[in-house]
Design a protein. Structure first.
Length: 114
């Protein structure tokens, strides 16, 4: 399995020539019935860049992330956690805090030390 990095996702979103090359590579992977791994770190970095560097709204950022989560080509780390965290993010929570909260809930963590 191959992984995808933020820079490649951004090139795909920009739709320029490099993005088309990446898209062709992804389609070849898809034809082989393989998956492309997307890590938590990649999603967090992507969300940060889209929101704070590119100035996209939370709704648009969430839409991009949901597209990755729902595309069967991608194997997203902790996919179900991300789906819950995106709901909290759209309700106003910071994404990192939302992700942590969902992970704590799922691990039955009751508060933090200190």
């Amino acid at each position: 399995m191959k992984a995808i990095e933020v820079s490649s996702i951004l090139k795909l979103l920009e739709g320029k020539e490099e993005g088309h090359k990446i898209e062709q590579e992804l389609r070849k992977i898809e034809k082989r019935k393989e998956k492309v791994y997307v890590s938590n770190y990649t999603l967090l970095e992507l969300a940060y860049l889209l929101e704070f560097v590119y100035g996209l709204s939370r709704e648009r950022v969430a839409k991009v992330l949901k597209t990755l989560l729902e595309d069967p080509l991608f194997k997203v780390e902790e996919e179900e956690v991300w789906k819950e965290a995106l709901k909290l993010y759209l309700e106003g929570a910071e994404l990192l805090s939302a992700l942590r909260e969902v992970q704590y809930r799922r691990a039955d963590v009751d508060g933090t030390v200190g």
